[in-house]
Write a new protein. Structure first.
Length: 192
């Protein structure tokens, strides 16, 4: 008889510290309120980097992002136009020279983000998937090589917007990178 192995607990999220989640994805959490870490910012790629959800206009958070990505940061996108996700985008663009890809009407955008927009980098492809029709500026992103959904706060362990699972079905998503909290290794229960 074998004893069921206990799952290994995930290390705590430490604001300001980069953590590799898979070969192409690193997470840096912003400072949060109280004891809880803030928004997760994701750096995708190695030679060329896209920043997803640069987060608040917080100098120390932006310093860490620039320190980890530097001149390899080529694109900046976000899952929501609310300031908690996007306020740091303009300063990050100025510091790095990266292209800001944002929904229509977002001040300072270089390209208009829409459903199906693709970023083709040397090592990966990211495809934007609109929540609803995208007119409200809410998106998720599929990192095709890792079959990861970078979902912001639209998807959690308990929730998934109506229709999103069907939109990403063809990508066979295996993991979810949420806006807050831990990386979700097994997306099958969420996106089924």
């Amino acid at each position: 008889m074998t004893v069921a192995e206990e799952p290994i607990p995930l290390p705590p999220i430490t604001p300001g510290v980069a953590r590799a989640l898979n070969p192409l994805v690193r997470r840096i959490a912003a400072e949060g309120d109280g004891d809880e870490p803030g928004l997760n910012t994701y750096l995708i790629g190695i030679d060329e980097i896209v920043i997803i959800d640069p987060g608040p206009q917080d100098e120390s958070h932006l310093d860490v992002l620039c320190g980890c990505g530097g001149d390899r940061i080529r694109w900046i996108v976000f899952t929501d136009t609310a300031s908690a996700y996007s306020a740091g985008a303009q300063e990050l663009k100025e510091r790095t020279g990266a292209e800001l890809v944002a929904p229509a009407g977002f001040d300072g955008a270089d390209q208009v983000l829409g459903d199906g927009y693709k970023i083709d980098a040397t090592e990966f492809r990211i495809t934007a998937v609109a929540i609803d029709d995208g007119s409200d500026g809410r998106f998720s992103f599929v990192l095709e090589q890792e079959r990861t959904l970078l979902a912001g706060d639209h998807v959690t362990e308990d929730t998934c917007p109506d229709g999103l699972a069907e939109k990403v079905k063809s990508y066979r998503i295996k993991s979810v990178a949420p806006g807050h909290g831990q990386y979700i290794e097994n997306a099958s229960g969420i996106l089924s």
